[in-house]
Design a binder for this molecule. Structure first.
Ligand code: DUC
Ligand code: ZN
Ligand code: ZN
Length: 472
């Protein structure tokens, strides 16, 4: 009887460093052998002529995250991970968000319960630290890091989330002492508030003014400050959702000065511009309200350059799913509101991989290796999941995508999230994941096959982007 549960034949396997033709032998959910002419498996998939990449690791998405009423994320762990799998992502890392006044441990336990029995693919949690009390800093955070929650996000904006500089220093110091990775949302809160009030006083409240209230300067200043705070503490950080040139310049400067500053960007900064928030006062622009806002074509090119030259380590969706035509979504209580009150965020879990494969690799803008690095290997390393996740190697989980190359027009009705739109409606794409395997099981082949509860909560190790000092 065969040794393999499944053999993928004649794969053109692509990793962050290599391409090779091989059969992939899978046993007990893991890659057991890579080779030529492997023995027959109990099941076989012929991948002749098709590229096989690691399943995506989407290290920034918001699923069933508690929000101030009436707002509610449209996707939970069931619908969000279904959508992810249908788009070639096999691991997600959403956020267990601490509310001010809440213990961090309680936030994690609440989030664990929200995920339990629902996820179709594996998942880990980042923490969001919004209330760094002495108990959080001295007890809860160190204990949670030891338990495998090794990354956390801090906000420099949003009243219910933001930390001041002293609090950021305290939190970064915990990251340094315990080897965790802090992710920073870098926008200057006071500048945004000042600009918002002026826009509102002038009656400029349509969705497109969201971008006017958050110009690049606001992101540049906060990026600079986050870097300085990290330098003071002497700890690596990762700046999330970088949108354009001025923030990129700050990160390049820091790197040139030997600082370990990592960065993430997202599809919206490659494929949308501020014009997608509206060129007139139409409320449709609310669909693309996210923070930082999309910029312009010149900034898109800066982001492409940073993806190719190694500035960015991670390409995430920042899937923050809010329905457009819904009182719990972009129309709070059913109203068309001032941009200040529009929930920030756009859907993108399912489209992230295909957008970058199609418009990056197949359009000749990016090598397939870089694609794998940005969508799988880099995030897995940044958040302590590599080599189990994010690569094609013996012993790794058999999380794989077999690509279909075909031209089609993207429509929201093809997607599996619970959001009533995609910002990329009508885009012509050249490829889509034909088959997604999660730990050796086919979860997507044009039909969705997984069952809720099959995804497991992963304990994250230490980030492996930097050499680790050995204990003496
Ligand atoms: N930041 C995020 O990371 N996601 C959605 C909204 C935001 O501001
Ligand atoms: Zn953010
Ligand atoms: Zn986000």
């Amino acid at each position: 009887m065969s040794d393999f549960d499944l053999v993928i034949r004649n794969a053109r396997a692509v990793t962050a460093s290599d391409s090779f033709d091989c059969d992939i032998g899978i046993r007990a959910g893991r890659i057991a052998q890579l080779g030529l002419d492997l023995a027959a498996g109990k099941r076989e998939i012929d991948a002749a002529g098709r590229t096989v990449t690691p399943g995506g690791v989407d290290a920034h998405c918001h699923l069933d995250q508690p929000m101030p009423p009436p707002t509610r994320t449209a996707d939970d762990f069931d619908t969000g991970t279904r959508s992810a799998a249908c788009g070639g992502t096999t691991t997600v890392i959403p956020f267990a968000a601490q509310q001010k006044g809440q213990s961090l441990r309680a936030a994690v336990e609440d989030y664990r319960a929200r995920a339990a029995g629902k996820a179709h693919i594996d998942y880990a949690f980042h923490l969001i630290v919004s209330d760094p009390t002495p108990t959080v800093l001295q007890e809860e955070l160190p204990a949670l890091i030891r338990e495998g929650f090794t990354s956390f996000k801090i906000y420099m904006t949003y009243d219910d989330m933001k930390l001041d500089d002293g609090q950021i220093l305290d939190v970064l110091d915990v990251a340094r002492q315990h080897g965790a990775l802090a992710m920073v949302h870098a926008e200057n809160a006071d500048c945004i508030e000042w600009l918002t009030r002026r826009l509102e006083a002038a009656g400029r409240t349509a969705p497109r003014f969201h971008a006017h209230a958050r110009p690049m300067l606001v992101e540049r200043e906060a990026t600079h400050r986050a870097i300085a705070l990290a330098e003071l503490v002497d700890v690596p950080i990762l700046i999330v959702h970088v949108s354009g040139r001025e923030a990129v310049e700050q990160i390049r400067w820091a790197r040139a000065h030997g600082l370990n500053i990592f960065a993430e960007t997202c599809p919206q900064y490659l494929f949308l511009t501020a014009e997608d928030l509206g060129i007139d006062d139409s409320y449709k622009g609310a669909k693309c309200v996210c923070s930082p806002p999309p910029r312009d074509r010149a900034n898109q090119q800066v982001i492409w350059d940073g993806l190719n030259d190694g500035l960015f380590t991670v390409f995430s969706s920042d899937h923050a799913p809010f329905k457009f035509d819904a009182p719990e979504g972009k129309k709070p209580n059913g109203e068309e509101v001032s941009f200040r009150h529009i929930p920030n965020g756009i859907p993108g879990l399912e489209t992230r991989m295909a957008l970058l494969w199609s418009e990056g690799v197949l359009a000749g803008r990016m090598t397939p290796h870089r694609f794998v690095e940005l969508t799988a290997t880099g995030p897995a390393k940044a958040y302590g999941l590599h080599p189990r996740k994010g690569t094609i190697a013996i012993g790794a989980d058999a999380d794989l995508v077999i690509w279909d190359e075909r031209e089609f027009v993207l429509r929201n009705e093809q997607l599996h999230h619970e959001v009533d739109y995609t910002p990329y409606e009508g885009m012509r794409l050249k490829a889509w994941p034909g088959i997604t395997l999660s730990r050796g099981e086919v979860v997507w082949d044009g039909q969705f096959h997984a069952r809720p509860g099959e995804g497991q909560l992963l304990a994250c190790g230490k980030p492996s982007l930097l050499p680790q000092r050995r204990a003496d």
